[in-house]
Each structure stands twice: as C-alpha cells, then as structure tokens.
Write a protein that binds this ligand. Sequence first.
Ligand code: NAD
Length: 289
Amino acid sequence: MTQLLDGKALAATLRSEIAGQAAAFAAAHGRPPGLAVVLVGDDPASQVYVGSKVKQTAEVGMRSVEHRLPASTGQAELLALVDALNADDAIDGILVQLPLPPQIDAGLVLNRIDPAKDVDGFHPVNAGRLAVGEPGLVPCTPLGSVALAKLARADLSGLHAVVIGRSNIVGKPVAQLLLQENCTVTIAHSRTRNLPALCRQADLIVAAIGRPGFVTADFVKPGTIVIDVGINRVPGEGGKGRLVGDVDFEAVAPLASAITPVPGGVGPMTIAFLLSNTLRAARLRLGGL
Ligand code: NAD
C-alpha cells in the first residue's frame, strides 16, 4: 500500500500548534508576531499566494501587514519600503513575493532584508548558516518537503536521496536539510546525465524542476519515497487550468512507498512553515515565549 503524504492535514496540525504558541508570545510581549508581505505588480498566481499567506497569518493569531505596490514601482522605492520594515519593531518577518518586475533586481531587494526578519530564508547570511549547520531561518518549501518525507519515515538516516533541481529556493536548501538528516545526497539538474538511472538508485526523490509529469515510472524503484515540489498549471477540463506536479502521479504512485499529491502536498506545508518561521523570528528577536 502506498502512503499518501497529506500535506494539507499535516499543515493544519502545525497551524494549530503555532496558534497556541503565537497566543503565548502575545501574552508575554503585549503584541502578536508580525509579518509584512510585499507584493509588487499583479501577477495572478502571486496574488493567490499572498492572499493565502495573509489569511492564514491572521487565522493563527498573528498580525499581517500587506503592502501592494504597482508593477511600475521603482527599485529605490521598494528598497526604501524594506528599510522601513527592517526598522519597524512590531514587524518580525518580511516577505517579498517573487517574481518581481524586470526593472527590479530581486537579489538586491532580498539581500536588503534584515537576516533576522528573513522569514523566506533566502538571504545569503541564512543560506550560509544552513550550509554550516548554524541556527538561522530556513526556506519554507524545503522545510515542508523534508517534514513530509519524515512523515513517511521518521529516521531518514543513511537513505540515498536524489534531489532534482538546484535552485537557491528549493533544490539546494532541500539538499542541505537532507544532509542534516544524514542522507547521502545527490543533487541532479538539467545537465545531469542519465537521470532516470540515477534516480532508480534513490530511496528518496525530491522533484523540484517545474516540468509537469517529468518524473515517470522509469525513474522510480519500488519502495521509493517521492516528494513532489512542482506546481505547474496545465489545461484542464472545460478550458479551466488545473495544477499538477513534476511527478506523473498515476504512474509513480503504485511503485512508491509514499508520495505527496499535487495539490495538497508540499504547497500547504510551505505556508505553514512561513508561519512557523515568523514565530521563530519573533522569538529570536524578542526572546523567550
Ligand atoms: P527553478 O526553475 O529555479 O529550478 C528548476 C531546477 O530544475 C533547475 O535547477 C534545473 O537545473 C532543474 N531542471 C530543469 N530541467 C531539468 C531537466 N530536464 N532535468 C533535470 N533537472 C532539470 O525552479 P524552482 O524555483 O526551484 O521551483 C521548482 C518547482 O517547484 C516549480 O514547479 C515551482 O513552481 C515549484 N515550487 C513549489 C513551491 C511550493 O510551495 N510547493 C515553492 C517553490 C517552488
């Protein structure tokens, strides 16, 4: 029997734990943890993501402050907003939704965020801390991916994990977290040779590619844990789009020992860990509860 790794259910459990901890924080400090979410432009997917993040932040009893800026916003204006949020004592976390319009250098903006408020974990200081194993803020999607893998098997030690994708947002931090779990980690990417054969050696596959149904049955030996990070919109019935992952779920699920669905797998976990990171940032800044 293949185990379906239900990210929606696990995220709900995490959110209820976070709500209790956020209430304790508010009682101790006279204010709840605060998250600022910055959206530039009107990308429809980004609007949906930001809407969910803001709604769920409020649902766990934290304060969220939304800054929606027009697509024409200049770099200096956005940097000035980041500076103001960095200086705002009631803001513990700052999230700048990607992608940013072409006139803005995303790297420059992300690097301007105070590493102590970097709840996305994208700042080089936090990436460096993760690489050397020091406490810091870790990217949310990788945290969610590894938490789901641990739902399949609490001790991942000694497993051969193949991570497909080497982005700074998903692939590299997932690989770092799996190293910390004592996996033997292979990072595969667009130049990797003979990827299906490499993946057939894996006990755990994390797919973060951005190509619908890329991981087929040919990639998977029986018993593999499969974590599908991909979110791809493809044409669906009645002209409506539908979301699919990077894994051909129908073909791979019968072979896997455990697999995440899309939607309802890694996606909900990402937002749960954003809330968790906001609470963590607040505690690190103010201390204690
Ligand atoms: P990216 O485009 O930055 O990176 C994709 C990676 O895939 C690259 O490192 C590239 O080398 C690799 N790749 C591309 N083609 C390949 C091929 N033919 N063979 C092997 N490797 C190949 O994307 P990203 O930001 O890392 O996101 C990856 C996917 O995860 C996307 O579908 C994205 O939408 C999704 N995503 C989901 C969440 C979530 O919350 N679930 C969060 C972030 C990203």
